[in-house]
Design a protein around this ligand. Structure first.
Ligand SMILES: C[S@@+](CC[C@H](N)C(=O)[O-])C[C@H]1O[C@@H](n2cnc3c(N)ncnc32)[C@H](O)[C@@H]1O
Length: 282
């Protein structure tokens, strides 16, 4: 199926533009696209036959899983009408955020409050998804809510014959015995080492471990695609450069993180060299 959708929610670092420009034609030659660093899952949703999506972030996985709930859109619309009956303003947003957080601190994001999170993410500043221990903490962003975006992804999940599986955990939990070596691709989009402000906790040892996992996949006949950076805001990723020697590297020209442009200390996005590394001819 030749789709071109953005993922069910906005996500800082999403790969929609890269998908359209670099991946689409190649990914559509494959059956399933598995995404072990799922985020908004752009490549997964646009695949021919679905795939497995894994993310460490429970909230992200809850948003994806919620799409199989037939009542989701009604709940999102009703909640929107209830909180924003006088239009979209900061005060109503903060009321919704505070009500969501009251349940979140007890249960986390679950099937009873995830519709509120869909709204918060759409209305938040730069559509960020960020939590502190008291809950969702992104300020108001004055955006329009795109109900159709949720609806479109629900129909991909429910009405198409694509198969989706969402797992909260780490990328190594991908069940390799479920992957068709000849027809599926595994797309890796890990946090970038120098991206201090996002998806906290991804450090050099995590990356080294991921690179040896990719070597393992390669030795065992799985096809992978890795997005990463050879240099990011002036920090050179020499380990990645050395490792990539045995694989195919494509340099891409895309500065896509609008958020970074708004944060003074990470202004220097120009010195980023973004690459796609594959273990097959790309
Ligand atoms: C760059 S984002 C992926 C963006 C995605 N490609 C998109 O189009 O929206 C990286 C994601 O990896 C997740 N993550 C971080 N460490 C992880 C790990 N060890 N295993 C699985 N997911 C992880 C983060 O929560 C984040 O959602």
């Amino acid at each position: 199926m030749n789709l071109e959708i953005k993922g069910p929610f906005s996500y800082s670092g999403n790969k929609y533009r890269i998908f359209k420009k670099y991946f689409k034609d190649i990914f559509l030659e494959y059956s399933k696209i598995h995404e072990p660093f799922l985020g908004s899952g752009v490549c997964l949703y646009n695949s021919n036959s679905g795939g497995v999506g894994i993310d460490m972030d429970k909230n992200v996985i809850a948003l994806h899983k919620s799409l199989s709930d037939d009542g989701l859109l009604d709940k999102v619309v009703t909640t929107y009408n209830k909180y924003f009956e006088n239009g979209r303003d900061k005060e109503s947003y903060l009321n919704l955020r505070s009500d969501f957080n009251k349940s979140w601190v007890i249960t986390g994001t679950n099937s009873d409050n995830v519709h509120q999170l869909h709204l918060l993410v759409q209305l938040s500043f730069n559509s960020l998804i960020r939590f502190s221990r008291n809950g969702f903490n992104v300020p108001f962003g004055m955006k329009e809510v795109d109900f159709d975006r949720i609806k479109k992804h629900q129909s991909v999940i429910k009405d198409s014959d694509k198969e989706f599986k969402f797992i909260n955990g780490s990328y190594e939990e991908l069940d390799l015995s479920d992957i068709d070596k000849d027809n599926d691709l595994i797309y890796f989009d890990p946090p970038y080492i120098a991206s201090k402000f996002q998806y906290g906790g991804w450090e050099k040892p995590d990356e080294i471990k991921l690179l040896s996992y990719l070597d393992y996949l390669n030795r065992n006949g799985y096809k992978f695609v890795l997005s990463n950076t050879f240099s990011h805001r002036n920090v050179v990723n020499q380990d990645l450069i050395d490792w990539s020697d045995g694989y195919n590297v494509k340099f891409i020209d895309m500065t896509y993180n609008s958020w970074s442009a708004m944060v003074k200390s990470v202004e220097n996005v120009k010195n980023t060299t973004e690459v796609i590394i594959t273990n097959f001819i790309f």
